[in-house]
Design a protein. Structure first.
Length: 274
């Protein structure tokens, strides 16, 4: 058993049911994160003299793309499971993927801006890059509030200690305990790590963009490399905690590595273009 002399602990804000609807701060802060991230990106576009109306339309399409992507990008992780069928796919109660949401939003915005709007998506993708990072920072607050995405046991000082009586997110019900125990254990607070690293990278990106000029589309590529690698590393802390796996990897790690590879190729293709 791992003992933690220093750890983070606070009462979770549990998911509550209001009538037929389950209310969770996870969704609330995801929406708030999208709002502030989108506004940040639009301000960058306006400052650069880009077509902010077209960009705004693209971001509106991105909302619906993100919802669909977050839901449907989880399907490959469940194919082959006993009893998994169409009812599990077309349900609001299923699992959601933040990377799937990002991918779905980007695809929808690309379609609106480049396919329908007949304008290159690359420069708008660069505006969105730091917006996506800011949205990640804010969105993760909801995960912290309901205490979701915990990893394995740890004695790391930023680990989260579950105390008896705490009602953490449903995926971690098995970690809860009751008195007379004094602690239920301390676990890696993966969502917090993701949030803190995203906050650091946001300021790094904002400062680098002032110093370096790459070709249009390069910053979107760098964002994909950063987030794909970060998620792949952080998910090593969650392996064996109930996430869907393929061999020695979680599906989030597979998705993260693919995202990083595509981002690197995209950056290489666009970095010297003017």
């Amino acid at each position: 058993m791992l003992d933690s002399f220093l750890s983070i602990t606070y009462p979770p804000i549990p998911i509550t049911k209001i009538g037929p609807v389950f209310f969770s701060l996870h969704g609330v802060f995801a929406a708030i994160g999208f709002y502030f991230g989108a506004n940040h990106a639009i301000k960058l576009a306006e400052k650069d003299g880009a077509n902010s109306d077209l960009f705004s339309d693209g971001l509106t399409w991105a909302i619906f793309g993100a919802i669909l992507g977050a839901r449907f990008f989880t399907i490959p992780a469940h194919i082959g499971e006993t009893g998994y069928g169409l009812d599990d796919i077309f349900t609001l109660a299923g699992s959601y993927s933040i990377m799937g949401g990002m991918a779905g939003g980007i695809i929808a915005a690309f379609y609106r801006i480049q396919i329908v709007g007949k304008e290159s998506f690359k420069r708008y993708g660069d505006y969105a890059a730091t917006g996506l990072i800011l949205g990640t920072v804010i969105g993760r607050i909801g995960d912290l509030a309901i205490v979701e995405h915990l990893g394995r046991k740890t004695n790391f000082f930023l680990g989260y200690e579950i105390l008896p009586g705490y009602d953490v997110a449903p995926q971690h019900n098995g970690l809860e305990c009751a008195e007379p125990l004094t602690t239920c254990g301390t676990y890696h607070h993966v969502a917090m790590y993701d949030m803190l690293l995203a906050l650091v990278v946001f300021y790094i990106f904002m400062n680098l963009k002032k110093r370096y000029e790459f070709g249009p589309g390069s910053w979107m590529g760098l964002w994909a490399v950063w987030y794909g690698v970060q998620r792949s590393i952080l998910d090593t802390l969650r392996f064996g905690m109930g996430d869907a796996t393929i061999g020695s990897f979680t599906w989030n790690q597979v998705g993260g590595l693919l995202l990083a590879l595509l981002g690197f190729l995209y950056f290489q293709k666009n970095k010297n273009l003017k």
